[in-house]
Design a protein around this ligand. Structure first.
Ligand code: GLY
Length: 421
């Protein structure tokens, strides 16, 4: 099977690596890819929001499966153009990807499907009275840019002035704002393969979204993750599937816009169980890097079954025992204005089980250099979570990148038994 992966981050490196291990996959292509992906796949230049260019590339390659990594091409309708041209695509249609593209739409679907989530109020550009709306919430205030912001459009704060300032800045940029009630409880990222009404969960994971230790600093795309979750109550995954993913999948079928791809359920586990914080229409980054490390089933077959509408006929997924973890090595000044172009040296840079590449490139001299905010994902897998994390940190510490930083407390609360539900 000739496969094409769209995207250029750590998630796509994990997908490319997983596909390269599947004996049924004969060729792996990626567009645009990164320096790590280029060691495993044939990379092609591509503007990922161009449906026309993506279809042309898929035709050139003779792709038998196209896997779309990031949300931007999904929300732009690239999967629809590929399907219309006859390609098998892992990734929802534009109409279904609106579950991520518009938080207000996601709320409407959840209300129709009876799915528990935070109370919300939308503000539109031109709405003057942000203060009156804030009176209905908080503290803690949750203020979201109601569009795609790469995980960085959300401000969660007890500081009313900061909440108002973020809402006003988003409105001034011409985007709607969603104010939400704060959901208490530890967060779970549960990735579900969804093919119309069929839902198959992957292992549950936890991300660390703030830039610095102890959950301080600005929101980022994610600074590190581990899987599975030792603190999740027995039957926790089944509850998220039954109470959230399956009703949403059924509602999308009922609306005539069935979901076919990966539904990322971001849930907070509060006193009454799971409540939705957000949906994403694609694999999460960096959780995917950890989750796929434990997957034993052949990735091409699994993703291909979703793309071809035969997920219900697949055997159950097989998983390795133990835990996996990933720690992000971020560039100086991430997430505000990451510095790029710095040389990367060290060990494990060509071993996907040790390091996955996120924002990397080769410069004119062929040197490996940073090319994004999240630069590398150091990986670990072991029988215990503590050992998996120790291995990920050992791999992170074997890398040298001027000005870079990592959080030092990924998974630490889970190892200490400090997370309770
Ligand atoms: N890890 C957060 C995200 O992928 O959106």
């Amino acid at each position: 099977m000739r496969t094409l992966v769209i995207g250029s981050g750590g998630r796509e490196h994990a997908l490319v690596y997983g596909l390269s291990l599947d004996p049924s996959v004969s060729e792996v292509h990626a567009a645009p890819g990164n320096a790590g992906i280029a060691e495993l796949a044939t990379c092609h230049p591509l503007s990922v929001t161009s449906a026309e260019d993506t279809v042309a590339l898929a035709k050139d390659i003779g792709a038998e499966l196209v896997v779309i990594g990031p949300e931007v091409p999904l929300v732009a309708g690239v999967s629809d153009a590929l399907r219309a041209a006859g390609f098998a695509v892992f990734g929802p249609s534009q109409a279904a990807a609106a579950l991520e593209g518009s938080k207000a739409f996601a709320k409407e679907v959840m209300a129709a499907a009876g799915v528990p989530t935070a109370r919300a109020q939308q503000l539109l550009p031109g709405d003057e009275d942000v203060d009156a709306a804030l009176d209905n919430f908080g503290p803690t205030y949750v203020v979201k840019d109601d569009g795609l912001a790469g995980g960085k459009g959300v401000v969660v704060t007890a500081d009313r002035d900061a909440a108002r300032a973020h809402a006003e800045a988003v409105l001034a940029a011409g985007n709607p704002v969603l104010l939400e009630s704060f959901l208490d409880g530890p967060e779970v990222s549960l990735f579900c393969l969804v093919d119309h009404g069929t839902v198959v969960p992957l292992l549950p994971a936890q991300d660390h979204k703030r830039a610095y230790d102890n959950d301080e600093g600005p929101n980022t795309g994610g600074m590190g993750a581990y899987t599975p979750l030792p603190w999740l109550p027995a039957g926790g995954v089944e509850r998220i599937v039954a109470e959230i993913a399956e009703p949403v999948a059924a509602e999308m079928v009922r609306r005539g816009t069935p979901y076919q791809g990966l539904l990322y359920v971001g849930a907070a586990w509060g006193a009454e169980g799971p409540q939705v914080v957000e949906f994403n229409a694609r694999f999460g980054d960096p959780e995917t890097q950890a989750v796929l490390m434990l997957l034993e089933s052949p990735l091409g077959e699994v993703l291909g079954a979703v793309a071809r509408g035969t997920l219900a006929e697949q055997p159950p997924l097989r998983w390795r025992d133990g835990y996996a973890a990933t720690v992000v090595v971020a560039a100086e000044n991430y997430p505000a204005a990451p510095r790029t172009g710095d040389a990367i040296t060290g060990e494990g840079l060509s071993e996907p089980t040790a390091v996955l590449h996120a924002g990397t490139a080769r410069d004119d001299a062929g040197r490996l250099v940073s090319a994004g905010g999240r630069v590398l994902c150091a990986m670990g897998a072991a029988d215990t979570l503590a050992d998996a994390l120790a291995q990920a940190y050992e791999n992170a510490d074997a890398i040298s990148l001027d000005g870079s930083f990592t959080r030092r407390d990924i998974g630490a609360r889970a190892v200490a038994g400090d997370i309770t539900v």
